[in-house]
Design a protein. Structure first.
Length: 255
C-alpha cells in the first residue's frame, strides 16, 4: 500500500493524528510526507510509530520539511529494519543531522561503538540533497562506506556545500572493493579538481579490485591511473565537466 500526502499542510498536529495508523498498518510500504511543515515535534511522533513491531514501511519521503538536526536524529534512531529508501531533502539537517543518519546505518567516530554497531540496515537508497551537510557530513558517509557498514547502493548529496575534503573521504569509501555503492550524486557542490580526481581514481581502481587512496597528488593522478598495476580494462579517458567553481558532472569511461 502507498500513501501520498505530499503538500497537505499536515503540520505536527496532522502527523499526530495519523501516526498510530502508521505503526499499526502492516500493509503500508510507501509513505510520502513531503512539504508538510513537519518539525522536530512531528519527527518525534513519527519516530514512535516507526518503532512499532508491526511497521513494515519500505519507502519514506520527508522532503522539504523543517526537521533540523534534532528531527533527523529522532528519525535516525527509529528507522525500521524494513526500510530500503529514505529521502530527507531540504530539511535543514546540517552536518550533525547527517552524522546521526550515518550512525544509524552503523558509522561512529568511537571505535568501540563501531565494533558493536549493527550492520543489519536494509537501506539501499538515501537522498540527503540540499541539507548543508558540508565536508563533515559527507566524510561521515565516506567512512561508513569505507568500513563496510552499509548496504547503500545509491547516495544523493547534491547541493550540500561539499568540498575537496568531503569528496576525498567519499572517494576513499566508494573505492573499497566490495562497496555496494553504484550511484553517487555530488552535483552542485564544490569538490574542485582534487576532489574530482579522487573520485575518478576511486571508480577506476575499484574496477580492477585495487584500493583507492586519496593521498595521491593531483599532478600524479593520471600517471598513477594509467601505469600502476595495469588492469585488463584500462582507463583510457576521463573528463571533468564544470560550470564555474561548481562541479556538474564527473564522467569516467573505462575501456
Amino acid at each position: 500500500m502507498e500513501l501520498n500526502l505530499r503538500a497537505n499542510e499536515l503540520g505536527d498536529e496532522g502527523v499526530k493524528e495519523m501516526a498510530p495508523a502508521i505503526g499499526l498498518t502492516r500493509t503500508l510500504q510507501v509513505l510520502n510526507l513531503e512539504s508538510n511543515s513537519i518539525t522536530e515535534e512531528g519527527a518525534q511522533t513519527l519516530a514512535d510509530s516507526l518503532r512499532a513491531p508491526s511497521c513494515r514501511l519500505q519507502n519514506l519521503v520527508m522532503r522539504d520539511n523543517v526537521l533540523g538536526r534534532r528531527g533527523a536524529a529522532l528519525l535516525a534512531s527509529a528507522l525500521p529494519a524494513s526500510l530500503t529508501t529514505l529521502a530527507v531533502v531540504g530539511c535543514g539537517l546540517g552536518a550533525a543531522g547527517a552524522k546521526s543518519l550515518a550512525e544509524a546505518l552503523g558509522f561512529s567516530d568511537d571505535p568501540e561503538h563501531m565494533a558493536m554497531a549493527s550492520t543489519s540496515s536494509a537501506l539501499t537508497s538515501l537522498d540527503l540533497s540540499d541539507n548543508r551537510i558540508g565536508d563533515e557530513g559527507a566524510s561521515a558517509f565516506g567512512k561508513l562506506l569505507e568500513r563496510g557498514c552499509s548496504a547503500l547502493s545509491a547516495l544523493a548529496l547534491s547541493d550540500n556545500g561539499v568540498g575537496p575534503a568531503g569528496a576525498k573521504d567519499l572517494a576513499a569509501g566508494a573505492g573499497v572493493e566490495g562497496c555496494p555503492l553504484r550511484n553517487l550524486d555530488l552535483s552542485e557542490n564544490r569538490v574542485g579538481n582534487d576532489g574530482a580526481i579522487a573520485l575518478a581514481l576511486a571508480l577506476a581502481l575499484r574496477s580492477r579490485g585495487t584500493r583507492a587512496s586519496h593521498h595521491i597528488a593531483p599532478t600524479r593522478a593520471a600517471h598513477h591511473l594509467l601505469h600502476t598495476n595495469p588492469p585488463r580494462r584500462r582507463l583510457k579517458s576521463f573528463k571533468f565537466v564544470t560550470m564555474g567553481a561548481t562541479n556538474r558532472r564527473i564522467l569516467v569511461r573505462v575501456i
